[in-house]
Write a new protein. Structure first.
Length: 354
């Protein structure tokens, strides 16, 4: 139990508080003074849209959407208990039902250490949406959730470029099944998890046509992390760079991103994978491996009209490092390209560490 003194200062419609350590007054979990129940510690409450326009570092408020206290760290609003980028919260559920949805894989594992790999319900940050996602708690430090699956079959613009969610039930299955349905979270939900994640991706890529390229890949965004549209970054490697390049390669490995083709595996199901030294869980950094800090190509660039979204820039090699080894080619071209109509036996599982 903390012992504090709270000094309240009126400031227009807001309440500012200075908190000083003291040995005389306890505040319990409900925010009431133990020795004077008539007084309460109350902080501003409201939706995310009602956050102060120019917040000060250390400002606290209650987020009525996530039902959690949050603090401004000078860059963004973060969970007061969990801290930036991990989404932890002391009241996170165990993920076994919609009503008991967890706030993140990290929060789930911290509160329920015996949790094993499986499909769990999660509350999408900043929303009331709840999605069931397979979570790998065993490999590479754990806390990896499946956010999308891609493949080379049944291509059309709606299947690939619609920003709405698609075949989400496949994301609760830990196999490469579902790739033909282009299973993924919606653009908004996927980006909400990305912005609350550790900004590192693990890709299980299977290419039946060229099995030598199949395996496990890692990719980490190093700068402008929260700005990146991760949904878009599936489509074009330029998203991983500084975003202003005009050359035919998204250069900047080591400055803008880390990449690694860590493990060769002709059948890279999650069940066939036991982790790698190419990923460092303590720092979330990618190290070693073929092509570490290599450039990612985004040749054959083009533009397509994305349903419910507008025009999006694309490249045939997706936005993931596996492409440099002749990975998911021709998926992201356009319906006017004859290669777009090829049904390749190529598929991938994309996981975020959250």
């Amino acid at each position: 139990m903390s012992t504090v003194r709270v000094n309240q200062i009126e400031a227009s419609s807001e309440h500012n508080y200075t908190i000083e350590m003291d040995a005389t007054t306890d505040i319990n979990v409900a925010g009431t003074y133990e020795n004077n129940p008539s007084k309460k510690l109350v902080i501003p409450s409201g939706t995310e849209a009602q956050r102060p326009g120019i917040p000060q570092i250390g400002m606290m408020r209650h987020n009525s959407e996530s039902n959690a206290a949050e603090v401004y760290d000078g860059t963004s609003w973060i969970d007061f208990i969990g801290g930036a980028g991990i989404g932890a919260n002391s009241v996170t559920g165990d993920g076994t039902s919609v009503a008991n949805a967890a706030f993140s894989a990290t929060a789930l594992k911290e509160k329920y250490p015996s949790t094993t790999s499986g499909a769990y319900y999660y509350k999408i940050p900043g929303t009331n949406n709840v999605k069931r996602l397979w979570t790998d708690f065993s490999n590479d430090g754990g806390n990896w959730v499946i956010v999308s699956k891609w493949g080379g079959h049944s291509k059309n613009n709606t299947n690939i470029y619609d920003a709405a969610e698609r075949s989400v039930s496949n994301l609760a299955v830990p196999t490469l099944d579902g790739y033909a349905d282009y299973s993924r979270l919606s653009r908004d939900d996927m980006n909400a998890i990305w912005q609350d994640s550790r900004f590192v991706v693990r890709i299980h890529f299977k290419n039946d046509d060229y099995s030598g390229t199949s395996g496990i890949y890692f990719q980490k965004k190093l700068n402008r992390q929260r700005e990146m549209d991760f949904w878009r970054a599936h489509y074009n490697s330029l998203q991983w760079s500084n975003g202003i390049l005009s050359s035919p390669a998204a250069t900047g490995g080591g400055t803008n991103y880390q990449v690694s083709f860590a493990v060769a595996n002709t059948n890279p199901e999650i069940s066939n994978y036991s982790g790698t030294n190419n990923f460092q869980p303590a720092t979330d950094n990618v190290a070693g491996g073929t092509g570490y800090n290599a450039n990612m190509g985004y040749w054959d660039r083009g533009h397509v009209t994305a349903p419910n979204f507008g025009v999006i820039e694309i490249s045939r090699h997706m936005g993931f490092f596996g492409d440099i080894n002749q990975g998911n080619q021709w998926i992201f071209t356009g319906s006017t390209d004859s290669r777009f109509n090829n049904n390749e036996n190529r598929r991938s599982i994309v996981l975020l560490r959250w």
